[in-house]
Design a binder for this molecule. Structure first.
Ligand SMILES: O=P([O-])([O-])O[C@@H]1[C@@H](O)[C@H](O)[C@@H](O)[C@H](O)[C@@H]1O
Ligand SMILES: [Mg+2]
Ligand SMILES: [Mg+2]
Length: 273
């Protein structure tokens, strides 16, 4: 597997340092969808480093897309980048933030890297070659019983009354199904390794979300699948990277139990906006 280029490692240090500093904050699709100068700086640093090494490759990146770049995955080798996942946490100096870099060829996810900036944990996964955290092989939770599960989710950027009712109703349904707990930690990519941990079963058993994006999903999908987990659509069908929705779990049984409980929240598609 390719070592992490120094410029990318440097971007991790930039985030850790900026976490405790004053920030210039802007909003994107809603008043709670935040972006800072560090998101842009880190995204440009990662892209310029990768472009130097792979000039013919394509890029899908969160802040470039927010500035109008098309979000279309072609068969070309493509890097799918979230420079800071958990920007709202970052703005509030809440330490759950990550950098996520996925890579696809012929529209197939080949490998992913997620770096937890404050814990300095590097999650990696390569199709057919396993998933690791700082070099330790990862295993998913084998839990199949929802009444024994800890479930992670995220709120997403839409906060209109109808969306909030659906979000809270989905959480209520899982609690009625006696899930041990539901947690919102503010970072999709941090949730995704939720069902994972070195050797033992992961700190969480499942994750679902409406309102995330392909750059939240790409790396995490490879890592979870390579650790033996399932990543699927909220309908129970195959994952659609551009659909802004996901269910992930250590077992298919758990993923299906979650999918069957959920009411859909429509966020459109990354490749339509
Ligand atoms: O914007 P960002 O911090 O990279 O990513 C965030 C996701 O990690 C989070 O789960 C979601 O609820 C937010 O709306 C936002 O998309
Ligand atoms: Mg981001
Ligand atoms: Mg994100």
């Amino acid at each position: 597997t390719m070592p992490v280029p120094p410029a990318v490692t440097f971007s991790f240090q930039i985030i850790r340092k900026a976490l405790t500093e004053e920030k210039r904050v802007s909003t994107k699709t809603s008043a709670v969808d935040l972006v800072t100068e560090t998101d842009h700086l880190v995204e440009n640093l990662i892209i310029s480093e990768l472009r130097k090494r792979f000039p013919s490759h394509r890029f899908i990146a969160e802040e470039a897309t927010a500035s109008g770049a098309k979000c279309v995955l072609t068969p070309s080798p493509t890097w799918i980048i979230d420079p800071i996942d958990g920007t709202c946490n970052f703005v509030h100096r809440f330490p759950t933030v990550a950098v996520s870099i996925g890579f696809a060829v012929h529209q197939e996810l080949e490998f992913g890297v997620i770096y937890h900036c404050t814990e300095e944990r590097l999650y990696t996964g390569q199709r057919g070659r396993g998933a690791f955290c700082n070099g330790q092989q990862l295993r998913v939770s084998r839990e199949t019983d929802l009444s024994k599960a800890l479930v992670l989710t995220e709120i997403g950027p839409k906060r209109d009354p109808a969306t909030l009712r659906l979000f809270l109703s989905n959480m209520e349904r899982l609690l009625h199904a006696k899930a041990h707990g539901v947690r919102v930690i503010g970072s999709s990519t941090r949730c995704s390794p939720g069902p994972l941990a070195p050797r033992a079963s992961g700190p969480a058993d499942a994750y679902y979300q409406f309102g995330l994006h392909c750059w939240d999903l790409a790396a995490a999908t490879v890592i979870i699948r390579e650790a033996g987990g399932i990543v699927m659509d909220t309908s129970g069908g195959p994952l659609d990277l551009m659909s802004c929705r996901v269910v992930a779990a250590g077992t298919r049984e758990m993923a299906m139990l979650i999918a069957q409980a959920l009411q859909t929240i429509d966020y459109g598609r990354d490749d339509e906006n």
